[in-house]
Every structure is written in C-alpha cells, then in structure tokens.
Ligand binder design. Structure first.
Ligand code: FNR
Length: 385
C-alpha cells in the first residue's frame, strides 16, 4: 500500500524505526494535551467552500526573507534526524530543495552544517543558546560561512519538557550496559533501519552539535546533555550577541504570547514562529493555531509570521495562512516520512502537501497563497478558537 496521507507516513515510520526513535518523534510532553490540541484545533476550523470562480490558475508560491518558496511551507528543525535514516538531514534537505521549500537544520542535528550545505542548497540554521558562548560564536560563524540564509533562534527550550514516552522507550534515563542492551535489542528487531544506518552512515554520535559536543555525546546522554548545556539565563539582550556575529535575518521560534511577539519586534527580529515546540515543552498551553490570530493582530506587518504545530495537510496550511501566517513549518510529517523511507518519502510527502493545498485553494476561491485571508474561512461554523 502506498502512503497517501500523513498518518500513513507515521504508520510506516512506526513499523520501521526502533521504538526509541519513533516515540521520540511522535511524542509530546507530560500528558500530551497541547500536542493533541495543536491537531484538534486545526481540525475544528471550517473552510468556506466557494464555486464557479475560474480557478484555472492558482499560485502557491510566496516570498520569505528575500527567498522565493514554491509553496508556503518549510521543514522545521528536528533534532537527531540523522538517526531516522542514514545522513538523514542531507536526505531531507535534498527533498526540500527539490520541492523548492526551505530546510531548517537543527542545532542538534547529526549531519554538520557544512555537510548539509555541500549537498545542495544551504539550509536555514536553527540555534539553541548554549552556555558556552565561545562555542555559540563558532556555530553562528560556521552557519554564516556555509551560506545559511536565515537564522532561526529557538527560545522555548531553556529546559526540556519531560517526555514520558522517552523514558518508557529507554531513549532517556538509561546508561551503561542497560542502555547498550536496549539499543542493540531495538536495532536487532528493526533490521531494515539498522542495515540502512550502519552500512551507509558514519558513527552515530551527535555529529552536528557537533557534538555535542564536547564530550561526544551518545544518544542516551542527549537529554542530560541538554539539561547541562542549554542556557536558562537567556533574555532579549542576548540577541545583541547573536547580531554581532550574524547580519542576516533572525527568526524567533517558540512565541505564543502577543507581548513576547512585541518584544521580538523591539529586539529587531525579522520573523517569528508561533509555536509550542510541537507540544513538546509546556503542556497545557494553547495550540499554535489558537495563538496565531492574537499574534497576527499584535505584530502583523512588523515582521514575517510563521506558524507550526499540528499541520498535517495542505488544508491545514491554508487555514493557518487565512489566520495570519505567511507560511507554515512541519516537524513530525517530514520526520515520519524520513523514517519511513528517506529522501524519496520526504519528497513524496511534500508532493502530497502541495496537491492538498492546491485543492484547498481551488475550492475556497483562493488564487494566490500569499493573499489568503479570513475570507477562506467559514466563520459562521463553530470554530474551536
Ligand atoms: C522538534 N522540534 C525542534 N525545534 C527546534 O527548534 N529545534 C530542534 O532541535 C527540534 N527538535 C525536534 C525534534 C522532534 C522529533 C520534533 C517532533 C520536533 C520542534 C519542531 O521544530 C516544530 O516546532 C514542531 O515539530 C512542529 O510541530 P509538528 O509539525 O511536529 O506538529
């Protein structure tokens, strides 16, 4: 059976990946309420069907930070993607380039900035603020030297939210012999994944944070490493430090509150991502789609507003555009597709998103994605926002 919708990619990834990686991708924090809200609140929005409007031409393209995107979508930063398929970040970056959309490389990627950039189009680079400012300076300089056009500064992870699925799967919390046995067992019982990674990959330390990292963090040390090295003292002033080194566009990722959005504008950011980290941080906060209109009201026009969390179809993309986003990011959909079958599956997944968005635009009478607005929504229908 060929994968059609995002849930098919998820199911394939579930079968192919060792549970510790599948659960890491799939899960959220604590009771996963926000993770569910992200999806449910998007589902609850009603589109407004329009007919007989000559929709022979629709334009999905948009522009962001001087770049032209073939559709208003980008691949969100996802940590450790090189563990879902061999050289995973490179494979996903190639698929994104082929589809004409940006790929954003995580600070905690497996493939280095240079490797991903050398494989094709330089990626957007996502930054976590680590305590070691010398290391930060090097990292930002490397992103600049590699030609990364946009820096995405993630601000909603001063401390990792507890993800209970990772404890249960042994992804976190184990060390020494039990960790080794768990990893070996999960690898042995998922031979297609093991064959792919161990015949085509390189040693699986966190190469990018390159690793992490001073100390060459192995997978099981990952969360402990985050807890030790991420900087909780960060404030808007630290953006000045980043600005000293980086002169391109800066996008603040992880904003849910209009006051924070105004601060991002005051701090000189060129964009922000309305995001709750895919429901992986503070459980119980509102969905990203519910936060979006308030933020668009507060700062729309002052900077570019992106949104992520729960986007599972091109129809969802149109809903977010209609409520004020310039473009959306997807996290799990591409991570599932990568785990399901590498670059080819990520390309296919992007093709599905494109065709769903095209259909949604045609049936709502939206000819130009860059001009989608609240007219595309059926405001008379019950909305859950
Ligand atoms: C993430 N996310 C994330 N964000 C970030 O800024 N840096 C990172 O390294 C990661 N790592 C990461 C790993 C995994 C497995 C997931 C699922 C997510 C968050 C990500 O960029 C994005 O905000 C969410 O994934 C969006 O929600 P959806 O599309 O997954 O529902």
């Amino acid at each position: 059976m060929k994968p059609a919708s995002m849930s098919d990619y998820r199911e394939r990834a579930r079968r192919r990946l060792p549970p510790m990686f599948f659960e890491y991708i799939d899960g959220g924090s604590y009771a996963e309420e926000t993770l569910r809200r992200n999806v449910r609140d998007l589902e609850a929005i009603a589109l407004r069907q329009r007919v007989m409007r000559d929709m022979s031409k629709v334009d999905l393209s948009t522009t962001l930070f001087g770049q032209t995107l073939s559709m208003p979508l980008a691949l969100a930063p996802v940590g450790m993607a090189g563990m879902y398929a061999a050289r995973g970040e490179v494979q996903a970056a190639r698929a994104a380039a082929g589809a004409g959309v940006p790929f954003c490389l995580s600070t905690v990627g497996v493939c280095s900035i240079e490797e991903v950039a050398a494989a094709g189009t330089p990626p957007w680079f996502q930054l976590y603020m680590l305590k070691d400012r010398g290391y930060m300076r090097d990292l930002i300089t490397r992103a600049k030297d590699a030609g990364c056009p946009v820096l995405v500064f993630t601000v909603d992870l001063p401390i990792p939210g507890a993800r209970y699925r990772d404890v249960r799967s042994g992804f976190t919390g184990l060390s020494g012999l039990p960790a080794a046995i768990n990893t070996l067992w999960q690898g042995a019982t998922h031979p297609a994944w093991s064959w792919d990674l161990f015949t085509q990959g390189r040693p699986h330390t966190l190469g990018s944070v390159q690793a992490a990292v001073q100390g060459g963090g192995r997978v099981n040390d990952f969360l402990a490493w985050i807890a030790r090295n991420f900087d909780r003292s960060v404030t808007w002033k630290d953006l000045d430090f980043v600005r000293e080194i980086w002169d391109g566009p800066i996008v603040i990722k992880g904003v849910l509150d209009p006051d924070d959005a105004r601060d991002a504008v005051r701090a000189g950011a060129q964009g922000l991502v309305v995001s709750n980290h895919g429901g992986r941080q503070l459980d119980g906060v509102s969905s990203s789609i519910a936060a979006l209109p308030r933020i668009a009201d507060a700062v729309g026009g002052d900077l570019e507003i992106l949104m992520d969390g729960g986007i599972r179809s091109g129809l969802d993309v149109l809903k977010a555009l209609s409520l004020g986003a310039r473009a959306c990011l997807v996290g799990r959909p591409w991570a599932w597709a990568l785990g399901a079958g590498g670059e080819a599956m990520v390309s296919r997944m992007l093709g599905v998103m494109r065709s769903e968005l095209t259909t949604a635009m045609i049936l709502t009478g939206c000819t130009t994605a860059a001009r989608a607005n609240a007219d595309m929504l059926d405001v008379a229908a019950p909305q859950n926002l």
